[in-house]
Design a protein around this ligand. Structure first.
Ligand SMILES: NC(=O)c1ccc[n+]([C@@H]2O[C@H](COP(=O)([O-])OP(=O)(O)OC[C@H]3O[C@@H](n4cnc5c(N)ncnc54)[C@H](OP(=O)(O)O)[C@@H]3O)[C@@H](O)[C@H]2O)c1
Length: 298
């Protein structure tokens, strides 16, 4: 059956960095509501990558104020917050509402795809955004977004959403290999985020002799796990893929580092636990990843 989005507003659950970015970009293209812990009528202020600012009147509603028949629900909380937030929202919206999961890692994608009564799409994005005060968001850098279903279902819906995102200025494409793309992103995140968070350093310092061998050790373990899981490697190979990201984000402070510095929960479970679980399943010894897991706050 070909699935396309029903009419109705697009809901975005989680008014943090990514949720605000999506809301500001989509505001002139679809009817939408941003679901937050507290309602607010204050406009959202978007700073684009060139530094230009624009104000957007976007209703921020509490979860119990959500319109009951949305076209779809984009979830933009951190991975560990998805299940509790969805439990809170579910009684207020139609049970088969299509979901789009924007989380890094590979923690909630599989269970929700199997359990949720409606279509569940996953998105992986290299857009970069951070929240700026109560009502602001900085779009730090343009990236690319891929959207698809873990089993390649609902391609029409994925294409429709990608088309709207692209028209809204967020380069996007539907894909039939989101499972592989999520694992590739997870591999990059596993090689960079826990190390920079532990040592409180910008990504580029991983090139220094003190850190380079540790990055290489993680890449080697990740490559063995991916091979055992039959996740096809990137065309450039795992090592080149990871070092390219380190080069292109050399000055950045990874989100996990920002979470550690702010005393917030990290996405350790979403990023490292799936690798350790897979290593256990395949009886692989992964000392570098195990050490990273032990030294990364939850
Ligand atoms: N930011 C980026 O550039 C980017 C890029 C690629 C992927 N991602 C991924 O996107 C996801 C979101 O990242 P983010 O940076 O946007 O995180 P974030 O800034 O922490 O935003 C998450 C938002 O969700 C809210 N939230 C959590 N539970 C909620 C609930 N029950 N009800 C209402 N609101 C709730 C949080 O509110 P509280 O703060 O009050 O808990 C917060 O405002 C992560 O998985 C991340 O890895 C982000």
């Amino acid at each position: 059956m070909k699935t396309v989005a029903a009419s109705g507003p697009w809901l975005i659950l989680g008014a943090g960095s990514l949720g605000r970015l999506l809301a500001c970009r989509l505001a002139n293209h679809v009817e939408l509501a941003l679901l937050a812990r507290q309602a607010s009528r204050a406009p959202l202020l978007l700073t684009d990558p060139a530094g230009a600012q624009s104000a957007h009147s976007i209703a921020r509603l509490r979860l119990d104020q959500a319109p009951s028949t949305p076209a779809m629900l984009h979830i933009t909380t951190k991975s560990h917050a998805v299940e509790p937030a969805l439990r809170e929202l579910a009684p207020h919206i139609a049970p088969a509402t299509p979901l789009v999961l924007w989380q890094n890692g590979f923690q909630i994608q599989q269970p929700l795809t199997r359990r949720w009564p409606g279509p569940v799409l996953c998105a992986t994005t290299s857009e970069g955004a951070y929240a700026d005060g109560r009502d602001g968001v900085v779009h730090a850098g343009h990236g690319h977004t891929f959207i698809g279903h873990l089993d390649g279902e609902h391609p029409g819906l994925a294409a429709q959403i990608a088309g709207v995102l692209a028209r809204a200025g967020l380069a996007s494409a539907a894909c039939d290999d989101i499972h592989r793309r999520l694992w590739h992103k997870l591999a990059v995140n596993a090689a960079i985020n826990p190390l920079v968070a532990r040592h409180r350093i910008a990504n580029g310092r991983l090139r220094e002799p003190a850190f380079r061998p540790r990055v290489e050790a993680v890449i080697a373990e990740v490559a063995r796990i991916m091979d055992a899981e039959r996740i096809a490697p990137p065309e450039s190979g795992w090592t080149t893929m990871v070092w390219r990201v380190i080069e292109s984000t050399a000055g950045n402070r990874a989100s996990m580092l920002q979470d550690v510095l702010a005393g917030r929960p990290t996405e350790r479970e979403a990023i490292l636990a799936p690798l350790l679980d897979a290593a256990t399943r395949h009886r692989l010894d992964v000392p570098a990843l195990t050490d990273l897991y032990r030294h990364t706050p939850e």
